[in-house]
Every structure is written in structure tokens, then in C-alpha cells.
Design a protein around this ligand. Sequence first.
Ligand code: GLN
Length: 448
Amino acid sequence: AQHFLARAKSHANLGAFLDTNTDATLAQARAADARLAAGSAGALEGVPMAHKDIFVTRDFATTAGSRMLDGYHSPFDATVVSRLADAGVVTLGKLNCDEFAMGSANENSAFGPVKNPWDITRTPGGSSGGSAAAVAARLTPVATGTDTGGSIRQPASFCGITGIKPTYGRASRYGMVAFASSLDQAGVLARSAQDCALVLSSMCGSDPERDSTSLDVPAEDFTRTLAEPIKDLRIGVPAEFFGEGLAPDVRAAVDAALKEYEALGARLVPISLPRTELSIPVYYIIAPAEASSNLSRFDGVKFGHRAKDFKDLNDMYELTRAEGFGDEVKRRIMIGTYVLSHGYYDAYYLQAQKIRRMIADDFQQAFQQCDVIAGPVAPTVAWALGGHGNDPLADYLADIFTLPASLAGLPGMSLPVGFGAGNLPVGLQLIGNHLSESRLLNVAHRFQ
Ligand code: GLN
């Protein structure tokens, strides 16, 4: 723990950590030492780890990357945090992210962007950019992240590490600051599929009392089948993931990885996910709709920031929200309230829900022909910080390959498979059917 805290300090220029608390961390480490000495060690006893600042924590401030929660201290730990603590994890601190996890470049954080350790002029990806950068720069062996539309897979790909988003409902959302509740899912970023499997095994499990959408499935040991051979595995390759928008350097690295899988005995099966392009408008209607509802709780009364000079109650709400939220969050609240409003609900929100169902059905069709699906995570390698300027659409369009699995609630992961332009890492995305995390981790592990 001391080693990693020192590294976090000496690499503060990356902007990965938002809060540390040396006393709390070392107290946890001493308790872990005592349990190890007493022979009562948990599965992850003494393993240092840091959490995306979307998970509420008692020992560390929680901001969700927003000025709205500046100085907020939660009275309790998120279920994911307490499960990992029960397994013996020692928490190093909290990691930077896009404000309320809205973004693809970590540039929407109120506390500054995170830098990609491979090239500090580049984005680490987002929204779990702090998590990916911290693991890639070895400031922590493992980190938690959340993925609503790609926020674990895309930063993992941009930073050359491994990340997994489990099936929607596998890990409890209790204590995760809500963005889009029907999509939000906790997961892990680490150096390898094996590390992901170890941590995920302790973090998942149903939480019926506190998260009504958590799945009623028993906790699983995701390490058990890691080493199994993948001979005759059918890997579905969706044509729509290899269209014009895919940069040639990313395509070359992904193609080479698929060849490698063939050499390992897998079979490549051409498949189609015909509504891939529609996943962008569908996601950018549904996610803001849910966000506009979830973010109504930040009114200056219960949490964090409250404006100072106000005339009356309404004025206090307005000023607080004007000061507390950043531009992207405000944009999403406006889109969300618009698509949910009377007269537009049928044309936008309801229509998006229908297409969401069709996207999920397309995946079930595809899984008739293959065991897992593989393709790129993002159309390009990590872009330059500030590279998309003030163009939010450029960020949205870059989410095209991660949104479909999120809308379908499917598990997905990114594993590092090579390098593209500027020697920047390229990840391969694997998507599996519901509850197939063991399979995905096995397939990734065989490559590594
Ligand atoms: N980039 C997407 C967005 O901005 C996904 C974010 C996420 O997965 N949290 O909404």
C-alpha cells in the first residue's frame, strides 16, 4: 500500500487520483496484515485497489467528478466497495472520471482531465479514465470502473489494459452514483484477464435488499475455467464493426488478433448486427432521459453544493444547479427532459425503447451462430486531449462499438492486442451472451 501511495504521489501529473487518505489506507493494510498472520485471510487479503469516484465511500470523499458533490462524504460504502473490503482489499483512494460518468475522454471532469500514461498529450478514454490510467501507470494493480455505454471497455482499450463490464445486474448498483439506471454496471480494470477474474469473483453477487435489479444468481468463481482450451470456439465477427469509420491501424491490430485466435483453434464466423448504427441515437435518448430523472436529486438541499446568494427556494434550486453542473451534464438534462416531455415521449423515448429491444434481439440471433462476438472497442486509438474541441457529437459517435452490448445488457470486455498509430494501444472487444463472463475471461486469458 505504501509503495502504491508513493507512486500515486510521484505521478500526480496524470490527474488520476481525486482523493487519498493515507491514515485510512494504512489502517486497512494493518488490519489485513493481522488477518494474514491469524490465518483468516480473505480471497483478496491485502490487495491494494482504488475505486472510480462514482462509488460512494465512507473513508474518502465522493465527487462523481462533479462540483455538485465537491466536499461530499458518504455515510456508507457502496455494496461493491464493502464486498471487496470484506474480501480483504486495501483501498488506496478515489479515481477521476467524467462528471457523473458522462463522457468518453475524461475531459468532462470538474477536476481536470486525466492524461494517458502512454502519451500524456492524449486522453486515457472515459468515463473511467482515472481507473484506466492508474492501472496502466501501475499506481494501483486493479481498479473498479463503471460502464453505462462503454466506460470500462473504451478506457481499457486506450490505456492498453484489460477491463470487463459484466452482465447488467451482476454487481450491485447500491452506492453507485446513478447516471442511467437501466444501463449502469460496475466492473473491473486490471492488467490481465486473470486479475479481472479474481476481483470480479469477490465483487459480484445479488443484493436483493438494496438493488432491485440485481440478478438472482449465485456468486461465481470466474477463475475456475480461465485456462480451458478454446478449440472449436465460434467467434462471431460482425460486419458492421468493420465499416468505413474504422481506422486502418485499429483494423490491422484487430485483424491480427482474430488470426491469432484462429491459430489457437477458434473458428471465425461472419455475423451481422444490423442495427449497430442506431445504437447511437437510441443510447443518446435513453441515457439522458434516465439521467435527467436521476440528477433531479441534486437540488442543493440534500447533497453537496448549495448556492450562496439566493432570493427564494426556486432561485436556490436554479443557482445551485447552474453552478454545480458542467456543460455536458446540463446538455444531457435538457435532452432528457425534452425526450420525456408530453408530446415528444412517443416520438423519441418510446421509439428508442422499441429499437433497444430489436438491438437485443439481433444479439440473440447472432448467438445462434457463435459463442462470443469479437471486434474493435473504438474506431481509433486514443485521441489528443482537446482533440474533439467543443463537439460533443464527435465523442458520441466514437461510442458506436460499445453501445450495442450495453443496450442489450450483455457482458463485454476489452483486452490489449496490439498497437496502432503513434504506438498507442489497441484493444479487442469480446461480447458474450448473458452471464457468460467466465467464457469471456477464458477467451481473453488464452490470448494473454
Ligand atoms: N461515453 C458514453 C457517455 O458519455 C458512455 C459513458 C459511460 O459508459 N459511463 O454516456
